[in-house]
Unconditional design. Sequence first.
Length: 143
Amino acid sequence: MPVRLTGEELRYMALLHDITGVSARDCIIDDEASSVIYIVPPGMAGIAVGTKGRNVRRLSKILGRRIEIVEWADTLEDFVKNIFIPARVLGITLNKTPDGRKVLYVRVDPHDKGIAIGKNGRNVNKARLILKRYYEIDVVSIV
């Protein structure tokens, strides 16, 4: 299923490129969390974030939103690990419910459970948004 970008998302991607030199693969605007999630090519997250987070802070100030950078990965497991960085993901299990919904269980190191969930469930919601877009996963649960 191809991802369709809005004009606003394309403008945000152009802004990321202008500030960092990194061309984003995708941009997801989360109005609920007042954030923008950029999906960048493998190995480019550090450049996108910038030294001591300078690029992210600059983008955040310009857009008036929280900025999050996630590196793309070709496999679901690696992509999930990238989404939940710095939490240590030990494994994932993808199940289908009888009504056809996809549920992803993400097993993390017990010491990292709070980091994986995030304040008010922010990281889980971010993961759900991204994984719904690429893998049609309906529910993300941390175990």
